[in-house]
Ligand binder design. Structure first.
Ligand SMILES: [Cu+2]
Length: 453
């Protein structure tokens, strides 16, 4: 959904009156005692399915429009090259659908009859597979096995009824290695005809992905097997990822999908715990749901999580693999931490007066050094935050939990109540608490001793 849609729905929501918010504990108590006295906060998303189920928001993305013809929902996907921006300063030619990677989120309701035209504007054949959807075999989209490939310039039509609700995906099943690596993925959400479980106030779709995009290259490299250097949510690397703005006490659903070529992603959320309520295979029975703060999203699957945030703030949401919150410049560097490079630096300075070895005290400060970087590339990681530089990039976004989400500028930072931010310790207070600071970090021995002693 586009920002302008947010604004439109936001202005509708501002007309709503008093908003009561509850903590998670209160919400659970309220759920146990009937009837719950909970005034639902307004939402800026429209109701699209029975029982007040709200539209799915695709940060940095869009939703496929339908035309209803004699009771059938008719949609059109165009497979085509896309001039894609991963983050400000980094563009590449990817492949996607309808001008974007991932393609638009397809949103339907259980029992809907869908007719989806797929036009091929790629230089090679393609096909479209509906991951997780149970449908007639000939609609499954596996080129060679269940249909001929869609030739370049051709349009095929798929038609099926979505019999079961859930969070599914779509992707090509012809030359998958190339086409998926270049960005051809999308989410397919089927809302239940009768809602199950508590109604959610916000419903997000995030597709994880990974690319190999060498500095100076115009296209991602589909032959890469393990060394991916661009990790993304909805094909955006932080700081290109749009934050998820939600209200404190709201029930939030995030639908995570993974069509990365090779890697599973453990997606971690700060400041709350959640439960996994569904996968691409169906609902997780309530008795089998357990609390988590990290959910592993394996390649070729979806994981749906739900939570009620009780603490306002700017909460990090990211893949917990440390190399998945890095970008192009952070890989393949020599290990320098702890190295004594003074003699090397002296020698190098004779030919390069500006030369300075980097990373000898760790790599935390390298991102913000504003080193000159090649055109069309990202710095090693991160972006400026409210306190200092955030030294994570890649598969990283921010969950912004607010008391007034409808009036929150998504670009704004959380205002912390006085006395709630970690800061330099006061020596008098430390002494009163009986805490003695340790000696300063040991300095390196003078160069010339050699070896590791
Ligand atoms: Cu990851």
């Amino acid at each position: 959904m586009e920002r302008r849609d947010f604004i439109q729905y936001g202005s509708m929501a501002l007309g709503a009156a008093l908003v009561a918010r509850v903590s998670r504990a209160e919400a659970e108590d309220a759920a146990a005692a009937a009837p719950p006295v909970v005034t639902r906060p307004p939402s800026r998303t429209p109701v699209v399915a029975p029982g007040g189920q709200r539209a799915v928001l695709t940060p940095n993305g869009s939703t496929l429009p339908w035309r209803v013809v004699k009771g059938v929902k008719v949609g059109h996907l165009v497979a085509e090259p896309v001039d894609h921006e991963f983050a400000p300063g980094l563009r590449a030619e990817c492949w996607g659908y309808n001008g974007s990677t991932p393609g638009p989120t397809i949103e339907a309701v259980e029992g809907d009859r869908l007719r989806i035209y797929v036009s091929n504007r790629l230089p090679e054949p393609t096909s479209l597979h509906w991951l997780g959807i149970i449908l007639p075999n000939g609609m499954d989209g596996v080129a060679g096995l269940t249909q001929p490939p869609i030739g370049s310039g051709e349009t095929f039509v798929y038609e099926f009824t979505v019999r079961y609700p859930g969070t599914f995906m779509y992707h090509p099943h012809f030359d998958e290695m190339t086409q998926i690596a270049l960005g051809m993925t999308g989410m397919l959400v089927v809302h239940p005809r009768r809602p199950r479980g508590p109604r959610v106030d916000r419903d997000f779709s995030l597709m994880t992905h990974e690319f190999r995009l060498d500095v100076g290259a115009r296209r991602p490299d589909p032959s890469e097997m393990k060394d991916f250097n661009l990790l993304t949510f909805n094909s955006k690397a932080f700081p290109g990822t749009a934050p998820l703005v939600v209200g404190r006490g709201e029930r939030v659903r995030i639908r995570l999908g993974n069509l990365s070529p090779m890697d599973h992603h453990p997606i971690h959320l700060h400041g709350l715990s959640f439960k996994m309520t569904a996968t691409d295979g169906g609902y997780v029975p309530e008795t089998a749901q357990h609390p988590e703060t990290t959910v592993l999203v394996p390649v070729g699957s979806t994981r749906v999580i739900e939570f009620v945030p009780e603490e306002a703030g700017d909460w990090a949401m990211h893949c917990h693999m440390t190399h998945h919150v890095m970008t192009q410049m952070g890989h393949g560097l020599p290990p320098m931490t702890g190295a004594d490079t003074r003699r090397l630096d002296q020698r190098m300075n004779r030919v390069l007066p500006q030369y300075m070895s980097m990373g000898t005290t760790g790599m935390g400060n390298m991102a913000e050094m504003e080193m000159p970087i090649p055109p069309n590339s990202l710095p090693m990681r991160g972006a400026q935050g409210p306190f200092s530089y955030i030294d994570m990039g890649g598969m990283f976004t921010i969950l912004k939990v607010r008391d007034d989400p409808e009036r929150t500028d998504p670009a704004s930072w959380y205002t912390h109540p006085a006395g709630t931010v970690a800061a330099l310790a006061d020596p008098a207070r430390m002494s009163a608490d009986g805490v003695t600071p340790p000696a300063a970090p040991a300095t390196r021995e003078p160069s010339g001793h050699g070896g590791h002693g």
